[in-house]
Design a protein around this ligand. Structure first.
Ligand SMILES: Nc1ncnc2c1ncn2[C@@H]1O[C@H](COP(=O)(O)OP(=O)(O)OP(=O)(O)O)[C@@H](O)[C@H]1O
Length: 614
C-alpha cells in the first residue's frame, strides 16, 4: 500500500472555541488584542510611507455609538486577498520575518489574537482599505469557524475598523466605563494616540508618556509611589540593552514578608503583559518592586506570562547585577542611608550575602544579629568577640542566653539565615572563628562548686535527682551568673523530641507505642556510641545562690523534695516550657504543702511520688 502525506483535518469550531476561551484567562483581553493589531498596523504603515503623528487608534464603545463597538486604526489596512490569507487562517501572522521568527517591532506573533474577540462577540466584522491600493473590503467571521469576504463600494479611509456586536452575556465589557478602564490598563503607554469616544459627544485620550521610560525624576517617583502604595526608599534605573529592557526597581520602604518574591509589572512593546509577573527578578530581590518595558522578551501565547528562555535568564541576571551595584554605591556614597536600608531589609540582605561573595564582603558588617548580650551589628560582634559562638535554634539560644557570660555572648542562629551567616564569618573577616555551641557542652563548661564544698554539692545533686525521678530530670550543681537565678531547666533538641515521644506514647497504645519505644532505644544507643550524654533534661542548680546552698543543708526529706519540685517548675516556666501531666502533679502537691505549712498545718500531706505515674 503506498502512503500519502495528508494534512491534519481541523474542526474549526473546536479550534476557535479552544483558542478563544481556553488560552486567555479572561474575556477582558479582547481589547488588548485589538489595540495590539491596531498598533502593529500603524507600525507597518509607517514602514510603508514614513508615518504621520496624527494617525492613531479610535474606539467607540457600545453606548457611545450606534449599538456596536468599533475599534478603528489608521494603519496599513488589508486587501481582499490579505484578509483571506491572514485573517482567515488561524495561526497565520504577517508579523514574522523571512525565517518565520517574531519581529521585535511588532507586538503580535502567533496569528491567534483576533480569535479572542469571540469571547465577547459571536460575529466580527472587519472593514479595511489597504495603503497599498485596491478596493475597500469587508470580512465577516463567525464563531462557528466560517467567514466571508466581499468588496464594498463605501469610501473608506485607509486603515481598518473592527466591529463587534456583543454576545448576550458580554455587553458590559464593550461599554464606555469598561473600555476606558481596559484600554488604560493595557495601552496607556502605547506610543500611538488612543482615543475613546464618550457617550453624548467628547473624546478622551487615554495614552500618555511612560514615567518609567525616561520620565522626569518627579514623575518616576510618583509612579513608584502609586506602584508601592508608599514613598519608595529609592528608584533604581534598569537598562538591559541586549534584550531591549528598561524600567525602574523601586526599593520598598518597609520589609516584606520573608521569602515573598516581589512580582513585577511588565510591558512588552509598551503593552501591558501583566501586573504580577514573578520571574523577572532574582529570587533574593524581595526588597524591590519593578516595572519594566521590553522589546526582547517573549510572551507566551496567552500573553499573560513570559517564556522562561535565555533572554529572560540574562535579563534577570542583569537586573540582579544592577541591584547589587546600587547597594554597593549606597554604601560608598551615603552610608547613613545604607544603614537605614539594612535595618529595613535585614532578612533580604542576609539572603543576598549568602548568594554573593563580593557583596558579602562588603555588606555583612552592616547586618545585625541577636546575641545574649543584646542585638549588635556584625561589625561590633567580630571586633569585640572574634571567637563567635552561635546556637543553631531559637530554643537552644534561649536556654544558653540565660546563663551565658557577658564576655562570651552567644549569637542566636535560630532566625532565618543567621546560622549560615555565622558560619560565613570566618571566610569574611580575618582572625574570626565561628563555633556552634550546644546546651549540654555549655553546661559542662560551667564552674563546679569550690573543692571544699564539692561533697555537699554532689550530695545535693544526688538527692535532687532522686526527687525528680518522676519527671526524668537529672539535677546538676554549678555556679553561674546571674546570682539571683537559683535553677535552670536545660535540655537539647534530642531531649525535647524524646519528651514529645513519651507524651505521644502515653496517648497511644499497641503497635505505635512499641515503635516509639524502639525509636527511644535507637536514639539512646547511638548517643552512647558517640559518647554523648543521655538525652535527659537537667535541672541546673546555681551554687552561687543562697537558696540552693541552704537547700543542701535541709535534712527533712519532704521539705527538700517539695523545694526541689518548686525550683523545677519555676525553671520550666521561666524557660517557657509547657508543663506535662507529671510536672503539674509535682507543682500541685508542692504548692498544696506550702500552703498547708503557711497556714500552720505542720504535717505535710503524704508524698505523692510513689503513687503518681510518671
Ligand atoms: N487592524 C489590522 N490591520 C491590518 N492587519 C491586521 C489587523 N488585524 C489583524 N491583521 C492581520 O491579521 C493577522 C492575524 O491577526 P491576529 O491578531 O489573529 O494575530 P497576530 O496579531 O499576527 O498575532 P497574535 O496572535 O500574537 O496577536 C495579523 O498578523 C495581521 O496581518
Amino acid at each position: 500500500m503506498s502512503s500519502e502525506l495528508l494534512p491534519f483535518q481541523v474542526d474549526l469550531r473546536g479550534v476557535v472555541d479552544l483558542l478563544s476561551r481556553h488560552i486567555y484567562s479572561s474575556p477582558r483581553v479582547f481589547l488588548r488584542e485589538l489595540l495590539q493589531n491596531g498598533r502593529d498596523a500603524l507600525t507597518a504603515r509607517a514602514e510603508f510611507d514614513g508615518g504621520d503623528s496624527a494617525r492613531g487608534i479610535r474606539i467607540t464603545p457600545l453606548d457611545a455609538g450606534d449599538g456596536e463597538f468599533v475599534l478603528r486604526d489608521d494603519g496599513i489596512g488589508l486587501t481582499a486577498s490579505e484578509m483571506t490569507e491572514l485573517l482567515s487562517t488561524v495561526g497565520r501572522s504577517s508579523k514574522r520575518d523571512i525565517f518565520d521568527l517574531p519581529r521585535s517591532d511588532y507586538l503580535g506573533q502567533f496569528g491567534i489574537g483576533l480569535l479572542s474577540c469571540f469571547m465577547v462577540a459571536d460575529r466580527i466584522v472587519i472593514r479595511s482599505r489597504s495603503a497599498r491600493g485596491g478596493a475597500a473590503v469587508e470580512w465577516v467571521g463567525l464563531g462557528d469557524g466560517t467567514f466571508s469576504v466581499r468588496e464594498v463600494t463605501d469610501e473608506l479611509p485607509i486603515g481598518t475598523s473592527v466591529h463587534l456586536t456583543p454576545r448576550f452575556d458580554q455587553s458590559d465589557l464593550l461599554t464606555t466605563a469598561s473600555v476606558l478602564s481596559l484600554a488604560t490598563t493595557f495601552g496607556e503607554f502605547l506610543p500611538v494616540p488612543v482615543r475613546v469616544d464618550l457617550p453624548g459627544g467628547g473624546v478622551e485620550v487615554i495614552t500618555r508618556d511612560a514615567p518609567f521610560l525616561g520620565g522626569s525624576p518627579d514623575d518616576t517617583l510618583a509612579y513608584g509611589r502609586d506602584l508601592l502604595g508608599a514613598e519608595p526608599f529609592d528608584a533604581i534605573e534598569i537598562d538591559v540593552p541586549a534584550t531591549g529592557t528598561r524600567g525602574y526597581a523601586y526599593v520598598l520602604p518597609f520589609s516584606p514578608p520573608p521569602g515573598a518574591r516581589q512580582a513585577s509589572r511588565v510591558y512588552l512593546g509598551r503593552m501591558l503583559l501583566g501586573e504580577r509577573i514573578d520571574d523577572v527578578l532574582p529570587e533574593w530581590a524581595f526588597f524591590v518592586r519593578t516595572v519594566i518595558d521590553s522589546t526582547g522578551l517573549s510572551p507566551t501565547a496567552s500573553r499573560e506570562s513570559l517564556v522562561d528562555d535565555e533572554s529572560l535568564e540574562y535579563t534577570r541576571a542583569e537586573i540582579g547585577a544592577t541591584l547589587r551595584r546600587w547597594v554597593m554605591e549606597l554604601g560608598l556614597q551615603a552610608p547613613h542611608l545604607l544603614s537605614q536600608f539594612v535595618a529595613t531589609h535585614d532578612i533580604a540582605l542576609k539572603a543576598l550575602v549568602l548568594h554573593d561573595d563580593e557583596l558579602a564582603r562588603f555588606i555583612t558588617k552592616w547586618l545585625s544579629v541577636e546575641t545574649s548580650a543584646g542585638r549588635m551589628t556584625i561589625d561590633t560582634l567580630v571586633r569585640r568577640f572574634p571567637e563567635v559562638r552561635y546556637a543553631e535554634t531559637v530554643d537552644e539560644f534561649r536556654q544558653l542566653a540565660s546563663f551565658a557570660r557577658s564576655d562570651r555572648p552567644i549569637v542566636n542562629g535560630g532566625y532565618v539565615y543567621d546560622s549560615e551567616i555565622a558560619r560565613l564569618l570566618p571566610t569574611l573577616f580575618e582572625g574570626v572563628t565561628a563555633q556552634r555551641v550546644d546546651v549540654a557542652d555549655e553546661l559542662d563548661r560551667l564552674a563546679e562548686p569550690p573543692l571544699a564544698e564539692r561533697d555537699a554539692a554532689v550530695r545535693l545533686e544526688d538527692r535532687a535527682t532522686l526527687a525528680l525521678a518522676s519527671v526524668e530530670c537529672r539535677a546538676v550543681v554549678r555556679g553561674y551568673e546571674p546570682h539571683d537565678l537559683p535553677a535552670l531547666y536545660v535540655a537539647d533538641d534530642a531531649v525535647f523530641r524524646r519528651i514529645d515521644r513519651s507524651r505521644a506514647r502515653g496517648a497511644s497504645s499497641g503497635l505505635w507505642g512499641g515503635v516509639l519505644s524502639q525509636v527511644d532505644d535507637f536514639v539512646n544507643a547511638s548517643r552512647a556510641a558517640e559518647n554523648r550524654p543521655d538525652a535527659v533534661a537537667r535541672l541546673c542548680l546555681n551554687w552561687n545562690t543562697p537558696v540552693v546552698r541552704q537547700l543542701a543543708a535541709v535534712d527533712d526529706d519532704a521539705v527538700f523534695a517539695r523545694s526541689v519540685h518548686l525550683l523545677y517548675v519555676q525553671a520550666l516556666l521561666a524557660g517557657h516550657r509547657p508543663l506535662a501531666v507529671a510536672d503539674r502533679a509535682l507543682m500541685t502537691t508542692a504548692l498544696g504543702d506550702l500552703i498547708q505549712l503557711s497556714v500552720g498545718l505542720t504535717e505535710p500531706a503524704p508524698s505523692p511520688d510513689t503513687d503518681r505515674p510518671a
